[in-house]
Write a protein that binds this ligand. Structure first.
Ligand code: BDR
Ligand code: CA
Length: 316
């Protein structure tokens, strides 16, 4: 079977870790690189977590370090309430022997895109800083990609200071979000889809039971346990495995339904809704449709993919 080469640009992140684990469990996908960006926790931690995840799961790919701050604004907030102090819930990577690739994230992304001659699928499930860098330095990037799938945006948000207008990844770096979302044809898996795909407590229980306690399945089980507990006890949205749904949209096209619309990103710092992805749902603006927006989800298909992932790691 010819596998689809993929890169995951991420800010691990509990749901980023799920996305990586899900992708690596699939025989039809080949992870050629994982690149880290600032986001859920500071870049010093997302970088460490990217290496730690590869080492623990046994992923043999390039690991690239990217930006440690947004393009224009300062790095404002970490989300360790949702993702734990380390960024990967209760998991701490004590000793890491893997070394990062010497090239910056955006050069790795471009190199691999060119090398794979239009076959590479790029997932960007953190703030879009690295992808914007890549587009600014290599404007021909899109023509080398099969697809760019981002987790971000939506018709509502999850950042309180914006009146819940902006989604976290877009809000951390609205300048980058504007460059990427308005500059390329992206598949945008946003909060409409990820909230509709929220994992139930009983599905978490089943996933936990399916995981064994061996090394890599122990990691996945811990991600499930942390998400369940943080959701039930602290009311976090850890039951939305946002980033893994972006990966699921490629694995199972029936899992996520996309609509084609015009989208722009509010990047003005003085706007109350800075970071909002404004989606012309009724297509009244007359502007050319530029974005595939995930609007529907088959919740059961997604949960089934996550359960298959648990079975896979338990069987190793
Ligand atoms: C997004 O923000 C982060 O907290 C998650 O990792 C996900 O990528 C959801 O808004
Ligand atoms: Ca993320």
């Amino acid at each position: 079977m010819k596998r689809i080469p993929i890169i995951i640009d991420c800010d691990p992140g509990v749901d980023d870790s799920f996305a990586i684990a899900l992708a690596y469990s699939r025989p039809e996908l080949e992870i050629v690189a994982i690149t880290a960006v600032e986001g859920n926790v500071p870049a010093s931690l997302t970088r460490r977590n990217a290496l730690g995840l590869c080492e623990t799961l046994g992923i043999n790919c390039r690991v690239g370090f990217g930006m440690d701050r947004p393009l224009k604004r300062p790095y404002q907030r970490d989300a360790s309430d949702t993702h734990g102090k380390s960024g990967v819930g209760s998991v701490v990577f004590d000793e890491i022997t893997l070394a990062p690739d010497p090239l910056p994230a955006w050069e790795i992304i471009y190199q691999e895109a060119v090398k794979h001659e239009g076959e590479l699928v790029l997932f960007a499930v953190g703030p879009l800083t690295n992808i914007a860098m890549c587009l600014m330095l290599h404007p021909d990037l899109p023509k080398h990609l099969k697809r760019l799938v981002i987790m971000g945006g939506g018709t509502f948000g999850n950042v309180r200071s914006t009146g819940l207008k902006a989604e976290f990844n877009a809000w951390i770096d609205p300048t980058a979000a504007k460059i990427v979302i308005e500059g390329t044809e992206v598949y945008m898996v946003g909060l409409n889809a990820t909230h509709a795909a929220a994992v139930s407590v009983s599905d978490f229980d089943e996933m936990i039971a399916l995981c064994g306690d061996k090394y890599s399945s122990g990691l996945v089980r811990e991600l499930c346990r942390f998400s369940r507990r943080n959701h039930v006890e602290n009311g976090s949205d850890n039951n939305c495995i946002h980033d893994a749904l972006a990966v699921a949209s490629l694995i199972d096209p029936l899992c996520v339904g996309f609509e084609h619309h015009y989208v722009y990103v509010e990047d003005r710092e003085d706007a109350a809704n800075v970071g909002e992805t404004v989606i012309d749902l009724s297509d009244t603006s007359g502007k050319a449709k530029n974005c595939h927006v995930a609007m529907t989800v088959d919740k059961k298909r997604f949960a089934d993919l996550l359960k298959d992932m648990c079975r896979h790691y338990a069987s190793l």
